[in-house]
Design a protein around this ligand. Structure first.
Ligand SMILES: [Zn+2]
Length: 269
């Protein structure tokens, strides 16, 4: 319990950094320099005004200098990252598996909100996350079973880390190919882009972390939620469905946060 609470506090700090990434990566700005500033008046933010969750409340949701409203995205991202870190450490205990899933959760929070605000899924997170997942698959087993079964059919006797890596590669390749083909078909039939390449890279990253079952589950939950919520949003706000760009990456990202907790598969309890 104490470990999970510590993970929550650490998640708040990581969430604070993710807020910087969500604003700067889609704008091609450095995440290292300069230090945090108000996005309205560009005034640097002092450390005591930059405490996760607390400063937002103490400042009355406004910048100390220009009084511009601070987006509720800031505390939301911090809280969500904290909750995910708490949940993963709670479920997995302290160890490399929890570290792997905390990295996964942080990447998803960053991507979900970057897509929602900017309709951009930064490569630093999708491709960087994919590379990280493939390396981590060697040390933390991807419990999926499909690659293991295929290897068994083929008569191959691989060592456990190689099987885990195969599960991650399969989990990345199959759903992303599926999504890429879907996007290509849509473009051919409707003559407009329905899916970005960013979504394809995102599902590849998710599959490399979760394996094939987890990635397909994410795809199903994300598509269903995207269709239902997207349709309702267009109806309520009277947006033009021909021009409104649905943040599909946001729905995929949110679904991918839920997927490891569904059933008994991914986290393996
Ligand atoms: Zn300001």
């Amino acid at each position: 319990m104490l470990e999970a609470v510590a993970a929550f506090a650490f998640g708040l700090l990581i969430g604070s950094f993710l807020n910087v990434c969500i604003y700067r990566l889609p704008r091609d700005l450095s995440v290292a320099q300069p230090r945090s500033f108000c996005v309205a008046c560009k005034h640097p933010i002092a450390w005591y005004d930059n405490v996760p969750l607390v400063s937002y409340v103490l400042l009355g949701r406004r910048c100390r200098y220009c009084k511009a409203a601070i987006s509720p995205r800031y505390p939301l991202v911090e809280l969500l990252t904290g909750v995910l870190f708490f949940a993963f450490v709670w479920r997995l205990g302290v160890g490399l598996a929890a570290v792997k899933f905390c990295i996964y959760g942080a990447l998803l929070v960053g991507l979900t909100f970057a897509d929602l605000e900017q309709r951009i899924l930064p490569d630093e997170f999708t491709l960087g996350g994919l590379a990280a997942a493939l390396v981590l698959a060697w040390f933390v087993p991807v419990r999926d079973g499909i690659a293991q079964w295929l290897l068994w059919i083929a008569g191959a006797r691989w060592t456990p880390p190689s099987v885990s890596l195969a599960e991650a590669v399969l989990g990345a390749a199959v759903p992303s190919l599926f999504l890429w083909l879907g996007g290509w078909l849509y473009l051919k039939l409707r003559h407009r882009e329905g899916l970005g390449l960013g979504d394809v890279k995102l599902i590849a990253m998710i599959g490399a972390f979760l394996g094939l079952h987890g990635a397909l589950l994410t795809l199903i939950i994300g598509s269903l939620a995207g269709s239902l919520i997207g349709y309702a949003y267009i109806r309520i706000t009277h947006k033009d469905p021909a021009t409104y760009e649905l943040p599909f990456g946001t729905f995929l990202g949110a679904a991918a946060m839920v997927a490891p907790f569904v059933g008994t598969g991914v986290l393996g309890w």
